[in-house]
Design a protein around this ligand. Structure first.
Ligand code: FMN
Length: 217
């Protein structure tokens, strides 16, 4: 698959087949994630891969803590978002809600429970950065994660980035016995898409590129 096709076809997948992903494929995807550029070649990204019974243990823990703390999915901003941003999110909801309703589950419940269980994917990846780095280095992590998502797409695998779980970073680092200096930035569900699920039967549009460009000439 060429790069543009992978970019066009990638979307977040929220139902996965119960089909294992070969370890060599996961290693290959992470290898490509590591090919991303970074400031002075620091390569500050770190990927913790959980699968099998360890992934199940992580999911159980996340579901339990979510039932206690119930942190909702949101933009993470302190003030309400201005209209130009919130309208994009509303547009996405308009596309997603009817499809998720087909499962019979309430929308927020589906997203929150689904996020905590990596939507049933066989692989749950935790993306971390060492706390010695300033927030500017999150940019390097984002670039690497993009490479990861596209590499997975090119290999016929699907993904969903999961930010919700960072609200429970303390539980994740404790369960996985991570060194204290690691910050959890993102989760990623990885596996084979269930193409028959209604929750995967939509594609979320983007703004026209003219609205994200400013030209000086
Ligand atoms: C940093 C980040 C965090 C995200 N967190 C979640 C999440 O917690 N749960 C979820 O279902 N989707 C999550 N998503 C997926 C977004 O909802 C999705 O990327 C967006 O709606 C655009 O849709 P697309 O990925 O299908 O193009 C996240 C995406 C990113 C980049």
């Amino acid at each position: 698959m060429d790069l543009f096709s992978a970019m066009d076809q990638r979307r977040s997948i929220r139902a996965f087949l119960d089909k294992p992903v070969p370890r060599a494929d996961i290693e290959n995807i992470i290898k490509y994630a590591g090919k991303s550029p970074s400031a002075i070649n620091l390569q500050p990204w770190e990927y913790v891969i959980t699968y099998g019974s360890e992934k199940d243990r992580l999911v159980r823990r996340l579901k339990r803590v979510h039932s206690e703390r119930s942190v909702p999915c949101g933009p993470g901003t302190e003030k309400p978002l201005p209209e130009n941003f919130s309208s994009r999110s509303r547009e996405a909801l308009k596309v997603m809600q009817p499809k998720i309703a087909e499962t019979g589950e309430e929308f927020n419940q589906f997203i929150e429970q689904g996020s905590c269980s990596f939507y049933g994917a066989p692989i749950a990846i935790i993306v971390t950065i060492d706390r010695i780095f300033p927030k500017l280095r999150y940019l390097d992590i984002g670039l690497s994660v993009s490479y990861l998502l596209l590499a997975a797409q090119a290999m016929g695998l699907s993904t969903c980035p999961i930010g919700l779980i960072t609200s429970y970073a303390d539980e994740i680092t404790d369960m996985l016995d991570m060194p204290a200096g690691k910050e959890v930035l993102l989760g990623i569900a990885l596996g084979y898409a269930d193409k028959n699920s209604p929750v995967n039967d939509f594609k979320i549009d983007r703004e026209d590129s003219s609205s994200i460009m400013t030209w000086y000439e």
